[in-house]
Design a binder for this molecule. Structure first.
Ligand code: AMP
Ligand code: MN
Ligand code: MN
Ligand code: MN
Length: 279
């Protein structure tokens, strides 16, 4: 079986490894095809591609775009995008500006609960990369508020808990259009993670497909085994392609290591079915 991992993060967004370290880790784990999909940023692709060439890994340019759909955050992965596409570059840059504003709002919310200095702490954890909730989560762990980031997200940073700041991301159609017009394929990331009823989920899938979206993640660190079977069925039923990605953020922080997920269930049409040199 081809070991392909089409979803992971570097220090450019909220991962713990630099793009080079990530690719070296992937190669050491036997990953043959890798897409780097940082949140709202493509700044790591060039470095990752160089490292992939050196390590004999086939590299796919990717991104994970933050979208608001009916008041919920939905993530759209783009695969095979053109990192030089001006519309994509500009759109992602606008999202990142919004992230900095949201980070100020998150810090202000935490201040109200007596947790101070979180903006600076998150900024420090983010290094030169964009600021996300993961950087706040790591700050809260450092400060002893929780034992690990998983626990942080149960007690902080989510709706109804300290440190939550609502935010408007881009629309589903913008994200799909940017990906498609830069030559990429749009994929709904971890569909099983969204708190949508059956009807709303179906509407999301159909709207995405109408907009030109082509695939859903079937095997991901966010899905149980049962969910991967469920979404394999959805992909077959709707004629959507199926993707496989770990959503790896770093050693000890993710459910699956790079490439360490189960294969796609049988009868799924892989999102890479027509990529040259694979299959
Ligand atoms: P953001 O895009 O800044 O809102 O942050 C979203 C990121 O936070 C996700 O990509 C994960 O890295 C992390 N995250 C969200 N929820 C959880 C959770 N329950 N456990 C661990 N990490 C989470
Ligand atoms: Mn993340
Ligand atoms: Mn995601
Ligand atoms: Mn991700």
């Amino acid at each position: 079986m081809l070991n392909i991992d089409l979803h992971c993060h570097s220090t450019v967004s909220d991962g713990l490894l630099t793009p080079t370290q990530l690719v070296e880790h992937a190669a050491a784990r036997g990953v043959e095809v890798l897409a780097l999909t940082d949140h709202d940023d493509i700044g790591g692709l060039e470095e990752a591609r160089k490292a992939a060439d050196k390590n004999g890994v086939l590299f796919i340019d990717g991104v994970e775009i933050s979208v608001s759909w009916r008041g919920q955050t939905v993530h759209i992965v783009g695969l095979g995008i053109d990192p030089a596409d001006p519309q994509l570059v500009e759109g992602l840059s606008t999202i990142r500006q919004g992230r900095t504003m949201r980070a100020r709002n998150i810090a202000a919310q935490l201040d109200k609960f007596g947790i101070h200095g979180s903006f600076e702490g998150a900024r420090r954890n983010a290094g030169n990369g964009l600021i996300g909730r993961m950087h706040f989560a790591r700050f809260l762990v450092e400060q002893g508020y929780a034992k690990d980031v998983r626990t942080v997200f149960k007690k902080y940073l989510v709706k109804g808990k300290p440190g939550y700041a609502p935010h408007q991301w881009v629309s589903l159609s913008e994200a799909v259009n940017w990906i498609r017009s830069s030559g990429g394929r749009a994929v709904i990331a971890h569909p099983g993670r969204y708190k949508l009823g059956k009807d709303a989920l179906e509407e999301l899938l159909l709207e995405f497909q109408t907009l030109g979206g082509e695939a859903i993640e079937v095997v991901t660190g966010s899905h149980t085994f049962e969910q991967s079977l469920l979404f394999a069925n959805h992909s077959r039923r709707l004629g959507l392609l199926a993707s496989r990605g770990s959503d790896f953020h770093g050693p000890g922080e993710s459910y699956f290591d790079l490439g360490g997920m189960p294969p796609l269930p049988a009868n799924c049409a892989p999102v890479w079915h027509d990529w040259p040199g694979l299959m």
